[in-house]
Design a protein around this ligand. Sequence first.
Ligand code: HGY
Ligand code: MN
Ligand code: MN
Ligand code: MN
Length: 425
Amino acid sequence: MPTHGVNSLLAAISGEGRDAKRGGYSRPVYSDAEITLREWFIAEASVRGLEVSTDANGIIWAWWDLPGSPGDDASRKGSLVTGSHLDSVPGGGAFDGPLGVASALAAYDVLAAREASGELARNRALALAVFPEEEGSRFGVACLGSRLLSGAIDPVKALNLRDAEGNTFADIAAANGLDPARMGRDEKALARIGDFIELHVEQGRGLNTEQYTDAAGRGPAVAVGSSILGHGRWRLSFSGQGNHAGTTLMIDRADPMVAAAQLVLKVREIATAQPDARATVGRLEPVPGGTNVIASRVDIWLDVRHPEDAVTALLVEKIHGQAQKIAAFEGCSVVLTEESLSGTVHFDAALSASLERSVHRLVPDAPALPTGAGHDAGVLAAYLPTGMLYVRNPSGISHSPEEYVEDADAEAGVLALADALEDLL
Ligand code: HGY
Ligand code: MN
Ligand code: MN
Ligand code: MN
């Protein structure tokens, strides 16, 4: 039984979903690559004797029941759960999601060895979990699996979400063996989760700033999550007059691409003027998208984040107002659609205090760190105690092939997770 081969577990999947065009990994939910990673997790959990099942919402659960336990809902009520996701953003890094899943497997190995040697006597079951569509890269709503589980999204809305090819989530879910009619808030599954802990690669420069690093530039391997920045996603569709690039005089144009381009600059201006705000247009899609064609429509996707939800709303209102002004000037129209919204999350205080006590045994200078990145632990925080651990990312870059975790830090993350879980088992 490997003690904690987190790096070998990650190496085993490092070839799946590589994106030759963008670099990094593209593993949209229910793509071949993400399905291969799901199968990898199921195999790794099964070989460890865990009881593995996929629920109606597509969440995979791998149960380590108490010795002699019937393993039913009653005996699993209030269990400890740890895990993350396997889907990625387009051209994402190797660690965002998979580090948390591989670390959960490796932390189980450490704890199983401690139980076998008599060092660990558990009072609770432990489950490893994999949540689908955390990035929202295929169907547009982030943390779709945990939102369905908790009831944070209406299953009818979820099932009607479409990917870029026009497939509905219902169709893709059904093609992957799920029954759309059974999707939605799952009281039994929620009752089984007493605490949820997600280990994740750190996605900013937090642990790399001078505040935490020594002269050699080395900072603590692990941090405990304190909060998640409120954030949301909107789509702005500019419509104009599609036309011929050669026969249409400049004066005769209603070009939505020109309107969208101006709005992108306005987004930066508005967000830069607001302390602590972040706003991004990371995706822009002209229709029909021909080189010699004036677009008839341009869709842009807006990601806005701020600690105060009211300010996020104000920023979106300002951006929408500017979009309407620009569209009118350019002879176009514009429609704003909200795709998803997550308020600022403060992790459970008691659980985070327990995580800090555990982690400080191994990493005494591990700080409590806020993050600007959303997570399933953030969605579930509204329904049950959740907490997070972050593992140092020397690049400070994420959602990019440059995302990175050193082997030694990944191993430290596993031991910190194992200690944190042990103290709660
Ligand atoms: O977008 C986010 O913050 C997360 O990585 N899904
Ligand atoms: Mn991510
Ligand atoms: Mn993630
Ligand atoms: Mn996440």
